[in-house]
Every structure is written in C-alpha cells, then in structure tokens.
Design a protein. Structure first.
Length: 374
C-alpha cells in the first residue's frame, strides 16, 4: 500500500456520498458566493469553538492579514512572532508595512516562549503572534498575562491546531484560536479540517472586533457601496463551506485518529539514540497536524534519503528560518541569536501523519527508521 504524507483520497472515499451530495446541492442552488452554506458553516464552527464569532475568508494568509488590519496599526509598529514558522506569519506583516520581530522558540515543543517574547518588547510593540505549531497550543496563559501587562494584542495563528484545547491554571479550558484577541486558521486541504481548495477563517470573542473583521473582509463595506474601512475581497466559496460543513462533523474523530497514530509512533520509536520524539505540553492537547522528529548528530538528511529509498515520504518543516529569508532581512528585527531555531531547521523531520494511516504502514515506517539507526 502506497504511503502518503497526507492521504486525502481515502479520507474522501469514506464520506464520499455526503461530500458529493453537498457539492451537488450547492451547484443546484447556484448560489456560489455567500450562499447559505457559508453562514451555516460559520455557525457550526462557532458552536464547535464554544461560541466564538467566526468570520470565514478565502485562505489562512488572508485571515492573518485581515486580523492585523482590524487592529488599527500604523506602519513601523512591531509584531512579535517566532522565527520558526511558515512564511505567511511574517508575510502579512511585511505587506502591511509593519515590522516583524523574530524570536526564538522552545527546543522541544517548537512554540514561541514567554521569555523570548518579553525580551523583544519595546515601546513600538503592538501585537504578539503565537503560532500553535504542529498541533498544540503555545503556552497561552503567560502570553496573555504579558500582553495585558504591556497593552498588546494577541493574534493566534491556529492553522495547525484547530481542535486542540488549552487548560488554564484555574481549570478553564479554551479552544485553540479563541484565547487571544483574534485567532486565525487555514482550511488548506492538508489541514486537520481541510476543504477541497483554499479557505480560511478568523475567530474572536469580541463583538466589535468581529464586526470589523467581517467588514474588512468584504471590501470594508458596511452596506452596499458604503465603505467604512480600506478592505479586501476575501470570501470562502459556498462549495468549500458545504464541504467543510460535512468534514467538521468528523473533526474530533480525525484528531483522535491522528493522536492514535502518534501514540503508536511513540511506542515504536521511543528510546532510539539519536532521535527525539515530539513533546506534549502539559496544558495543551495535541492534534498532531504533523508528527515531527528531531534527528540529532547531523543525520536528518541521511534519514530523509533512507526513508525515500524505502518509499516513505517525509518533509522538513521548515528548512530556513524567517530571519535568513532574503525578503525579511531588510524589514525585520531579530532578537537573540535564534540558536534553537537554527538547530531545529537543521534537525526536524516530519513523517507521514493523517487520518488514514494503517497499522501495517506505521509498522513499516517505524521499522525502517529503527533499521537506519542500527
């Protein structure tokens, strides 16, 4: 059986009749823009997120951009974000003529740390963007306390952690993306909740912010031909919303399947000298958008090649830190030596992780990794 990094086809086949019916229903209605499927999906996702306002948009990058546009920022304002993340997190900062301030991350859970954020704060700091990398939340309670101390906004990049939950010291539990002032996600097909194209959404528990997000995402329009803000045109297609409505019903089971696969990986790979397994944070659940190993001793690329030769795909997320990307060297600010980020870029390797992984596939993958380290 061919091993995929993400097996979207077999996932689709399990719910084919529901997906096909949703698509056909939307086509028959021919309401392709802002059709009833969009508002239904926003309401259903709001229920999943325990009441947060949901504003859908065209993709996850747009979600981040619109979120920053809603905060009345000025050119040169500083946005604190991890150097170890996908480029979209910094891309929107540059597009809006803001300054990305790149900081280091935790060496084991890969998320931004409270100490790195604190060391980056200046009078120009306006927003913290914690990225919930690979499927678990950054440590949000101290981040929110720090943001309140300095009067900063928090915009969560929750594109890889939809479905994860964070527990506060008082026992309060909140869903990823609903803790900060705004949360953003992507429905790119490979995400835990993915559509059949591009899609994204923003979350907030603040009514006024929700209203601004919705207006900005629709050309800044408060009513037809009346434009209060400079906005963008960023909409979730009705076809994609209908597909997401079906798949949202399965999101918890999808996350459980990923966690089950991760536990099996753990059981076979634990104790291997030269390999560090993904660390779980005590105060966050993990929905394993990726299962990411650290390969020490400079052997990451050799392991990747060994897996490829055995027919096993793997990916490096991410090979180049943001501060080393040419596009951000002139506009950004770096805090510290980013030694952890540099080490991660040279050592991380993600192996197949999806809802359709079979035990025999996991056995073959782990047997191959064990053979490499013998």
């Amino acid at each position: 059986m061919k091993i995929e990094m993400v097996d979207l086809n077999n996932q689709y086949l399990k719910i084919k009749s529901e997906i096909d019916n949703s698509i056909l229903t939307t086509v028959n209605k021919s309401l392709f823009i802002n059709g009833p499927e969009v508002s239904l999906f926003e309401n259903n996702l709001s229920d999943f997120l325990e009441g947060a306002f949901v504003i859908s948009c065209a993709n996850g990058t747009d979600a981040l951009q619109i979120a920053l546009m809603a905060l009345n920022l000025k050119p040169g304002d500083e946005i604190i974000l991890p150097a170890f993340t996908y480029v979209a997190t910094a891309e929107v900062v540059g597009l809006l003529q803001l300054k990305p301030v790149m900081v280091d991350v935790d060496p084991y859970n890969f998320n931004i740390t409270i100490d790195s954020i604190r060391s980056a704060i200046t009078p120009k700091s306006k927003v913290i963007v914690p990225v919930h990398l690979f499927g678990q939340c950054a440590d949000m309670e101290p981040i929110m306390n720090l943001a309140n101390e300095f009067g900063l906004y928090v915009v969560e990049d929750a594109a890889q952690a939809l479905g994860a939950s964070y527990t506060f010291t008082d026992g309060t539990i909140k869903k990823a993306g609903t803790i900060g002032h705004i949360g953003c996600t992507s429905f790119f097909p490979s995400k835990n909740l993915g559509c059949f194209g591009d899609g994204g959404a923003m979350f907030t528990t603040n009514f006024e912010i929700a209203n601004r997000l919705r207006i900005i995402s629709n050309h800044g329009q408060v009513e037809k031909y009346v434009h209060k803000y400079i906005g963008v045109n960023s909409r979730l297609d009705s076809l994609q919303a209908g597909i997401l409505n079906v798949k949202l019903q399965y999101l918890n089971s999808y996350c459980n399947a990923r966690c089950s696969a991760a536990e099996k990986y753990d059981s076979f790979l634990c104790g291997i000298d030269g390999l560090i397994l993904p660390k779980r944070q005590m105060n966050s659940t993990h929905v394993f958008h990726q299962y990411t190993l650290k390969v020490i001793g400079g052997r990451r690329d050799a392991l990747k090649k060994f897996l490829f030769q055995a027919g096993i795909p793997s990916m490096v997320y991410y090979p180049i830190p943001l501060n080393d990307q040419e596009a951000y060297q002139a506009i950004g600010r770096v805090v510290g030596d980013l030694s952890i980020t540099q080490d991660l870029c040279a050592s991380v390797l993600s192996i197949p992780m999806h809802t359709e992984l079979k035990d025999e596939q996991i056995n073959f993958i782990t047997d191959t990794i064990i053979e490499f380290f013998k």
